[in-house]
Design a protein around this ligand. Structure first.
Ligand code: UD1
Length: 455
């Protein structure tokens, strides 16, 4: 069996980080250089879903002992969650894409500010800590680049279950002086994080809990499947009404579970295929998770074929404009909004893209405009008029999805594009450059100073 590794930041990159550090630079200084490419063509295996694996890791806290999670992507957000768990007293070992998390010795209940600011999903340990220990102390996430991103619904859900909160110098301190009891929760909005935190705590609340207007993302279903394998009794996950029959904490135990495929990574490569012509096949994904994205690709002039666990896109004629509005699943995912905006920038006609899930999630528009795109923002609408050609330029990955879309843009743009701040891409895409190269993209990663020399 392969040697197990402690999970730390140095293992998450496939690009020999040691070499980069020896050159006196850091991974944060890396850039991705993209040159205009003829096509993207071939097949790519998608990794496990970031947004699922992070919550599965947090859920492991509830069952005392060693939980094994398979198909975990090698990305930096996973390393941060690993750090969060280790600060609590867990041990995390990696063997390829498998994580073994031993929560036997968890004896601290605090997630510090520095980790919550690095990754907002750190607050996913709130529900599991309360479930197992009846208490938790988690730094309050501030605003972030994609809007205010409050956690009020997380708190409302947990309060219904009997959790009391105090704010102490920027920390949220949770306690359960009267234990946990089931209740009926109506979420104002189907928040993914609030549904997950509430579901994880409700597993051990006495009696029945109903979460109404729950988020329906496939990652919620994945989490419920793992919790059920740990001894929970959850029904309806993946629909808007989730029902949980509480079980005693002692009957929750560790388990082995595989992470569902990443529909957003899959959607990103499909956009690559649609942009360049393809055919590009993504493997390891249930096509039903991408129904809305597939419909939009077809509306834009692409041909899409699916099997049980793959999707293939190709395009022969020009891309056509399309209107898109982001909505909670099964609506069009906000995490694919930037990638589809890229398609709209080179489509024939004008597209209107409406962002309904997050405020201020149009940072990509400013960068792609620097590459010659024609995008006008009007509140939460973007009006995109297709241009015949993008031009290569130095650009900045303002967030994870915008970063991935900028690299794709470089493939279709005239000349060379240098994408800076690619640590955002490392947060969520395993070996993004390697996968694009395997599809024929002219893409490479290097230290920023090497990139400058090349220009
Ligand atoms: C998760 C995903 C993120 C995705 C998003 C929507 C992870 C790690 N991240 O984020 O990639 O874009 O779902 O699919 O899984 N809101 C409140 N109060 C709350 C909670 C949320 O007002 O208590 C608002 C947010 O500000 C936002 C909207 O609800 O405008 C959606 O947020 P939510 O569904 O909770 O997203 P996250 O779980 O943060």
């Amino acid at each position: 069996m392969a040697k197990r590794h402690r999970l730390n930041k140095s293992i998450v990159y496939n690009d020999a980080p040691v070499t980069l550090q020896q050159k006196g630079t850091t991974l944060a200084d890396d850039v991705i250089i993209v040159r205009e490419s003829a096509n993207l063509e071939g097949s790519v295996q998608v990794s496990g879903a970031k947004n699922s694996a992070l919550k599965l890791m947090a859920a492991s806290i509830i069952g005392c002992g060693k939980t094994t999670i398979g198909n975990v992507p090698l990305i930096s957000d996973i390393a941060i969650m690993s750090d969060v768990l280790e600060r609590l007293g867990a041990t995390v070992e990696r063997d390829g894409h498998e994580l073994a998390i031993d929560t036997t010795d968890v004896n601290r209940f605090e997630t510090p500010y520095e980790l919550v600011t690095k990754m907002r999903a750190s607050i996913s340990v709130l529900g599991p800590l309360i479930a197992r220990f009846g208490k938790a102390k988690v730094a309050m996430p501030g605003g972030c680049q994609i809007g205010a991103r409050k956690i009020d619904m997380h708190l409302v859900g947990l309060q219904v279950l009997g959790v009391e909160f105090e704010v102490d110098h920027g920390y949220l301190v949770a306690s359960t002086p009267h234990g946990l009891r089931g209740g009926h929760i109506f979420l104002d909005f189907p928040s993914v994080g609030a549904t997950e935190n509430t579901m994880m705590t409700a597993c051990v609340a006495e009696g029945e809990t109903i979460i109404d207007n729950a988020a329906r993302e496939p990652e919620i279903e994945d989490l419920a499947n793992m919790l059920n394998a740990m001894g929970a009794k959850i029904e309806g996950a993946g629909t808007s009404v989730v029902t949980i029959q509480g079980v005693p904490l002692e009957s929750m135990h560790p388990c082995t579970h595989d992470t569902v495929g990443d529909r957003i990574e899959a959607g990103t490569f499909l956009v690559g295929g649609a942009l360049m012509g393809g055919p590009v096949q993504v493997k390891g994904i249930d096509p039903s998770y991408l129904r809305m994205a597939i419909m939009k690709l077809e509306a834009m002039g692409c041909t899409v074929e699916t099997t049980e666990d793959s999707v293939t896109v190709k395009r022969e004629g020009p891309l056509q404009a399309v209107d898109i509005q982001t909505l909670p699943h099964p609506g069009f995912p906000t995490d694919l909004q930037a990638q589809f905006m890229l398609l709209a920038t080179v489509a024939q006609g004008s597209s209107i893209i409406t962002e309904n899930v997050f405020e201020n999630r149009f940072m990509f528009a400013a960068e792609i405009t620097r590459m010659g795109a024609d995008v006008t923002i009007d509140d939460h609408h973007a009006i995109v008029s297709g241009v015949s050609r993008l031009q290569g330029a130095p650009v900045e990955a303002t967030d994870l999805r915008a970063g991935a879309a900028l690299v794709l843009a470089g493939l279709a743009a005239e000349g060379e594009t240098v994408v800076h701040k690619i640590q955002h891409i490392d947060r969520g895409y395993e070996d993004y450059v390697g996968k694009l190269v395997s599809l024929g993209g002219d893409v490479r990663r290097c230290a920023a100073h090497e990139g400058r020399r090349d220009q």
